[in-house]
Design a protein around this ligand. Sequence first.
Ligand SMILES: [Zn+2]
Length: 390
Amino acid sequence: MCLHLLLAIIRSPSSPEAFMVRYWEVVSQLFSGYSKGNIHSMAVRNISDVNPNDNAAPLEVRVIRTWQPFLFQNEHCYLFVDSRGDAIEAYGNRRDKALFESKFSVGLCYRISKYLSKKARNSHNVVPSNATIHLGRSTIFEPIVGVDIPHQYFNFMPYESLRARENMHFLLTDYIGRFDRFTSDTRTTSGKRLMKFLLEDANERFIEVALWEEIADAVDKEALVNTPFPCIVAVTSMKVLRFKNLQLASTAATHLYGNPTIQDVSDLANRFRERYAGINMDDRYTLPIANILAKNPVDYMEVKFSCIASIVSYNPRRSWFYKGCTVCKKKLGSREDALICDDHHDAPQPKYLYCINCTIADSTGNATVTIFDIPFQSVIKIPCNELVIQ
Ligand SMILES: [Zn+2]
């Protein structure tokens, strides 16, 4: 009921006493759905029908996640899912967290009433809903049992849709793939832990997943590595970023699930079993030259291939060494009379390093390659510096 109509009704009685009586009737009618005992008479609303500022009809949901946002410091957040599998973000004041959690537990189902529905956030929404649920101290949570409500909610994006979300954080991204391996686990210059691993999608495309400390600390690395092949991992509420390549980076809302019990997982696992049947996972990237050349480089930026081949010729027109930085081996640039490394201005320079341009071949084809210092030196056993200077 709109405010104008309410004012028109309560102004119409002639005497102040009549006004008060009428006012009370109107107000009690308006809020009758809220009074205890009447809750059950209001129809349960589907999450997909919740709009900002509507009349807060009861929801029947399972509470499936909770997190403490970085961006919205005064809030504590929860994710609700309903029997139709739709999800909505709920949040309340952080100072009331203990009160909320005395009324409900993550994993269980409740009929929820006396809440406010508000607009979705301007950024960092974890689900594609136009509304959020605001929980207050008087919000009612009645436990319900025997309802068929999913235990999980995901809104997986396929690999090919990620690019469109690069640096767009209105809606965060859920992603699923096969856990390939951890690629790093270090601390940034600010001392914060950053763990990275690779996920492979159903079409053999790899993406780096970066988990910040708050999320990484809760990951059981050993369990992931030791999960029998294929280990399917779902990550939720990620930001799509780009450094050299696309990367999924965690947010405070990120959750990681190993082999979650959903249909997508068994389908995906079967595809990986078929694809990798008879292949030893430890040398699955050791391939004949023709197979490596047939791959689209864009999809394999994170993967290092190997092949067993012979060097069949050297390119005499290309130098076989370069002047590199004594610290980082990067090619030096010249400044006036000196050779300088961008990153190590004061280091004594240069160091001579191999860069052998040659053609390699196996029974399937040939390829032009550059063999850099460490691998070439491991074959000929003489440092490049010695060969050039002598
Ligand atoms: Zn350098």
